[in-house]
Structure formats: C-alpha cells, structure tokens
Design a protein around this ligand. Structure first.
Ligand SMILES: O=C(O)CCC(=O)C(=O)O
Length: 327
C-alpha cells in the first residue's frame, strides 16, 4: 500500500522526517501557483481602485510580485497576504488547492504512513515568505504544541510542499532529527510573529545538529507532529512560497463528520464532539476511504465545510496552557 519504499518508511519512523525529492511533476503545481497569482492580481487591483496602491507590478513573476508590492507599501503587501492566508492561515480554499491536497500521487505517499483511511487535517497553511522580512521566520516548535492533547499519541503527518525550490538561502525548513519520541515538550506563547516557541534549553536535541531540509519544486518534506522544526529568514531575492498540508488516519480524533450549527456553544453534545478534534476551529475532511468511499469530500463539500467552520461562532477550545516566553 502506498508509494514510499520500506526503506523510506523506516527512515521516517527513525528520524521523524523524510524528504521526498519528487512527488509531483513541477507542472502539476503550476495551476496552484496561477490560482495564487490571480488572487494577488485581484487584490492588487482592488487596492489600486481604492487609491491605496500605485504600482501594480503586473509584469513581475509569481516569485517576486508580492515582494515588490510589499516593498512599495508593507500595508498593501500584508493585505494581500491576509487574503491568501485567510483568518487562521489556511483560508484559501480554491479548486487548485483542493486538487493538490487530493493529488493521487501525494495521497499514495500519505497512505504509506497513515494508512488507507485518510482525513485531511483541518490545519493547512499557505506561506509566502518574503525576502528579508521577519514575519515568515518560524521559531522551533512541534506541531502538537498547537494541537489538542487528545491527539498527542496519534500521527498527524505534515507534508511541507515548496512552490519554488526551497534552499537554505530562501529559508527552507530546519529539523531536529530523532527527537520525536519524547512527547510534547514545553512551548511558550509570544515567539516571533506570534508563533509558539520552544526555549533552546527545552529543545530535545542540539539545534546545531539540525537538518537543513532543502527541497526542490515537485518534492515535499514529511514530518511527524512531534518533530521539532523551525524555518529561518529568507535572504534570497525571491519569495519562498510553500504550503504545508496535514493528514491523519481516520482513527485519530477529527471533526470530519461534524457540520457545526451556527453557534456550536449552544449544543452540549456537539460541543464535546467538536472539542475532540486535533484542531477544532477548522474543518477536517475525508480525502480517501476504502471503507466509506461515499464520505470522501468533493470540492464543493470541502469548500462548504471550510467556509462553515470559518463562519461558525465557536467558543474557545481547551488550549494547552503554554505561558509567555521570558523576554
Ligand atoms: O514554512 C515555514 O516556514 C514553517 C512551516 C512550519 O512550521 C510547519 O509547517 O509546521
């Protein structure tokens, strides 16, 4: 089952990560790049019409246009980034995003690690990391630092997919190998750009031995939810575009069957179900099932679920109680 070799699976289980240099033909990712380009263009023209943006930079390629707009006026760049990232970071729910999330070659890789019944985790993110701008620098963390404790013992697989070649120069991922078997370590709030952060003293390994996870366009970096990782500044002349997708087996807690009432807090039984998911504020969805193929989400279902969770007035889910980082 699945497309990884036994050797690759063993490496992933031992090291807590795996770089697969070729999953997609780079051409497979072109429609998603174009979909994002059209959002940038649409937002730039809107800001232009509102008199906020003077230069559209319409001839600049995907790799630089947003950075040029940001250089002219950071507030315009940030407005466009917000349109791409959405409320929580995974706001973009276009058809090409869905096609990448459910791409058969990608799902075959995922199946090798989580099994054939696959849930698309509610948490997926779009990251335009602009050159020399601190907001894209992500401090050391484990993804489980963000998730509900009920999911600590389950594999939630991160599939980090660059939309340009990811290099040390443009701020690729850095990973602490063999450090994913010690549970969730202490995180703190208030890391760079509002991210969670693990203090260097609490890191389960030596950051000087971090793996620099360079990855070509068409490849992906796979990690567990307990693998400590970070990413550094982009010192190149172009944007380090990437998406990070997450998947879990259907036996891991999820909200894929839950259609929230407008205000879920009013319904106790729904609230309990809602809080059982690994990251309750966003919608999980079934991406592959041999046992219940009728439950696999098509694009309309995916987009409707994402929008419904975006608009539901949820009460806060139980956070992990991390304290602020000491200055
Ligand atoms: O893309 C990055 O720079 C960081 C991504 C990350 O931390 C993640 O996927 O969990």
């Amino acid at each position: 089952m699945g497309s990884l070799t036994q050797e690759q699976v063993t490496f992933f289980e031992r090291e807590g990560y795996l770089i697969v240099p070729r999953i997609f033909d780079p051409q497979d990712l072109e429609p998603l790049r174009r979909e994002m380009e059209s959002i940038i263009d649409h937002e730039a023209r809107r800001l232009h019409e509102e008199g906020k943006l003077t230069r559209l930079h319409e001839d600049a390629p995907f790799e630089t246009r947003l950075a040029l707009i940001y250089e002219d006026a950071p507030e315009n760049g940030l407005a466009i980034i917000q349109a791409l990232e959405g409320r929580a970071g995974g706001g973009h729910k276009g058809i090409e995003m869905f096609r990448v999330i459910t791409h058969p070659r990608l799902l075959a890789v995922v199946e090798s690690l989580v099994g054939p019944e696959i849930i698309g985790s509610s948490v997926y993110r779009i990251r335009p990391k602009l050159p020399r701008i601190n907001r894209g620098v992500v401090p050391w963390h484990q993804d489980s630092g963000y998730f509900a404790e009920v999911c600590d013992k389950h594999l939630i697989l991160t599939v980090w997919i660059p939309l340009v070649n990811a290099t040390i120069e443009n701020g690729c991922m850095q990973i602490l190998p063999r450090a994913h078997r010690q549970g969730v370590v202490t995180h703190h709030t208030g890391g760079n750009a509002g991210f969670l952060v693990i203090d260097d003293n609490d890191l389960p390994g030596n950051p000087r031995q971090a793996v620099v996870a360079e990855c070509p366009l068409g490849g992906a970096v796979l990690m567990t939810n307990l693998t400590p990782h970070c990413s550094t500044e982009n010192n190149s002349d172009h944007i380090r575009w990437s998406i990070d997708l997450r998947y879990q087996g259907a036996d891991a807690p999820n909200n894929a069957g839950l259609w929230p009432a407008e205000e879920i807090a009013n319904h106790d039984s729904e609230l309990v179900q809602y809080q059982m998911a690994c990251y309750p504020p966003e919608a999980d969805f079934v991406v592959q099932s041999r046992l219940r193929p009728e439950q696999v989400a098509d694009f309309e279902t995916f987009a409707r679920r994402r929008a419904m969770f975006d608009n539901a007035r949820f009460i806060a889910y139980p956070r992990r109680g991390w304290t602020p980082i000491q200055a």
